[in-house]
Design a protein around this ligand. Structure first.
Ligand code: ADP
Length: 386
């Protein structure tokens, strides 16, 4: 074995040996399992990292856990993997309790694959030894053969005898993925698996990883704090905040019907204006908006997406009068800060750069109020006792 450059095979433009073509190698499918969290809490001293966390992940489903740092995403994975015990509640795999009041199935018996942000490859083991590491139950030859097949699947069999340090970030990520998947786990838990990669590589690796997860049919939970990543990868997204699930659903459901202002802010850039409720509605310069479940005098927050505000100029333009106060160049797009009659603060609007609005332009501003969101609770309002 050596830790020098890999055997020189004819390379593709991305540096992978040609023999690694994905068309010829497919990962073996696993038997997907249902993963269920039932009212799981995890306490550290007086504070809760997870509080009454319930989630049912269907066999073969990919669920993304999305939320800010410290909201309990990793804790939920660690509890599912059996690296930690819940303080309350149960974890079930295919309906069988693996963590509960009196049950604790150790991690190695749960059929779970884990992948972390730092890839955690063993520097003193070759690439093939790294991948074969999780196959200790097999005779060495069989483990090596399976590891090589999986390496071929991720396009890296030419590096089998090399050591991790010669690999690029994306290649290390592929090795970590191969290592996690080669034992054919029925559940894959991935903690920020793309965070260590630069932006361009990240998108390619997201695509590759998703393809591999679909091929193996492993039930998957992927932790991320990037909303776009969750939108791209998840069959469903569970939004977390302060140890709890705020909302879980398909990307479109979360975008169109966010349960809280917090969720709306994750998926779009919004303008927020506070109004008092009278007679079940609020009166805005653009018109009245009906508000459910609020009494007279309650303050609510009107949320207007930046993309849902239409700015135009010229004789035929329609809407409220406004003036462009500031233009921010964003490449293809631009932000306009528009002073609009009836609003104390400028509205921020996202337009195509090619529309070429200039500072000082008199414009007309229109919104589709049917698409406006109204929230009765602000982000700061307590939503849990965590
Ligand atoms: P996330 O993955 O969303 O960033 P974590 O699950 O890592 O969040 O952490 C959730 C909360 O639990 C944080 O406030 C963190 O400080 C706390 N926490 C996590 N692990 C421990 C631990 N071993 N001891 C004490 N507090 C912890």
């Amino acid at each position: 074995m050596n830790n020098q450059a890999p055997p020189t095979k004819e390379k593709q433009s991305d540096g992978r040996p040609r023999s690694a073509s994905k068309a010829h190698v497919r990962a073996a499918a696993t038997i997907a399992a249902r993963l269920t969290f039932e009212g799981v809490s995890r306490r550290y001293g007086d504070s809760y990292a997870l509080k009454n966390f319930s989630l049912d992940v269907a066999p073969g489903e990919v669920v993304c856990l999305l939320g800010p740092s410290g909201c309990g995403k990793s804790t939920s994975l660690r509890v599912a993997a059996g690296l930690e015990r819940p303080s309350e509640g149960r974890i079930l795999i295919n309906g069988q309790e693996v963590s509960g009041n009196k049950t604790f199935v150790p991690p190695e018996k749960r059929g779970i694959g884990l992948m972390f942000q730092d890839f955690a490859l063993f520097p003193h083991l070759t690439i093939v030894e790294n991948v074969a590491f999780g196959l200790k139950a097999l005779p060495k030859e069989d483990a090596t053969r399976e590891a090589l097949t999986m390496l071929a699947r991720v396009g890296l069999e030419g590096y089998a005898e090399s050591y991790p340090h010669i690999l690029s970030g994306g290649q290390q990520q592929r090795v970590a993925l191969a290592r996690a998947i080669v034992p054919r786990p029925s559940v894959m838990l991935m903690d920020e698996p793309f965070s260590g990669l630069d932006v361009q590589l990240r998108e390619a690796m997201q695509e590759e990883t998703l393809t591999l997860l679909r091929e193996t049919r492993a039930t998957s939970m992927i932790v991320t704090h990037h909303p776009e990543e969750a939108l791209r990868l998840g069959d469903r997204i569970a939004v977390m905040r302060k140890g709890r699930i705020v909302q879980v659903g398909k990307a479109e459901e979360l975008y169109n019907n966010p349960a809280e202002l917090f969720v709306a802010r994750l998926f779009s850039e919004v303008n927020e204006v506070s109004y008092p409720v009278f007679g079940g509605e609020i009166e805005t310069p653009f018109g009245r908006v009906a508000v459910k479940d609020s009494g007279d005098g309650d303050q609510v927050i009107l949320c207007l997406r930046q993309q849902a505000i239409h700015v135009s100029s010229g004789a035929k333009a329609d809407g409220l009068s406004g003036r462009v106060l500031h233009v921010t160049f964003l490449g293809d797009d631009a932000w306009l800060d528009v002073g609009v009659a009836g609003f104390d603060e400028p509205l921020r609007v996202r337009v195509l750069q090619s529309d070429a609005f200039e500072k000082g332009t008199e414009v007309q501003v229109a919104v589709d109020l049917a698409k406006a969101l109204v929230f009765t609770r602000s982000l700061e309002a307590p939503t849990s006792e965590v």
